[in-house]
Design a protein around this ligand. Sequence first.
Ligand SMILES: C[S@@+](CC[C@H](N)C(=O)[O-])C[C@H]1O[C@@H](n2cnc3c(N)ncnc32)[C@H](O)[C@@H]1O
Length: 220
Amino acid sequence: MRVQVAVTEQLQDYVADVSLREPDVLRELRERTAELPLHLMQISPEEGQFLGVLLKAIGARKAIEVGVFTGYSLIATALALPAGGKVIGLDISEEWATVAREFAGRAGVADRIDLRIGDARESLDALLATEGEAGTYDFFFIDADKENYTAYYEAALTLLRPGGLILVDNVLWHGAVLDETQQDSETTALRAFNARIHHDKRVELSLIPFADGLTFAVKR
Ligand SMILES: C[S@@+](CC[C@H](N)C(=O)[O-])C[C@H]1O[C@@H](n2cnc3c(N)ncnc32)[C@H](O)[C@@H]1O
């Protein structure tokens, strides 16, 4: 038997009441993002706070994020880094990056953020081609186009140091991974990704059914 509390709306409100510590600047960014049609792409404040705790727990100084949108997770990451820390954010949209830049400035972390606009696979290829970058990152967050998750994961394994952490968002895709009638490119890519890394001996693995499903993979 598995013990799993049912996560009702009321329980989520309780969790927020007793644990959420969202900085004003992130709340303001969330309110601005809520005006956009695609606002549901943003991670929740609870997940942002969780990112910060993870980054501090592993003592991260160098991070990469694939999928920035308006910057909520990127700024949550930058806020958790020590002085001198750096996070590279990769996204294809200049329009949303403008919002991310504005709020990074307001959060006082613009100097910790290196935002690169373009297809993330190309940006990662450029980073991999830069001498001395492989094996130097502590943390890699994957939250962009699902069809390329495997490519991002492989790049992460090259860029991370041993013991570095990959966090992968949306791996349960609202439960669609279970529904065989769902054969769209995102769902099938996520199923393939989850199956592929299950027995990948290069990492320690854990899939947590938090938010939309989060996979943790620690590079051996
Ligand atoms: C789910 S959103 C990211 C949410 C963000 N982490 C947050 O906390 O708000 C996914 C992002 O991936 C970006 N994206 C999609 N395909 C991409 C690609 N091929 N290269 C780079 N970014 C891409 C989109 O522009 C979008 O901003």
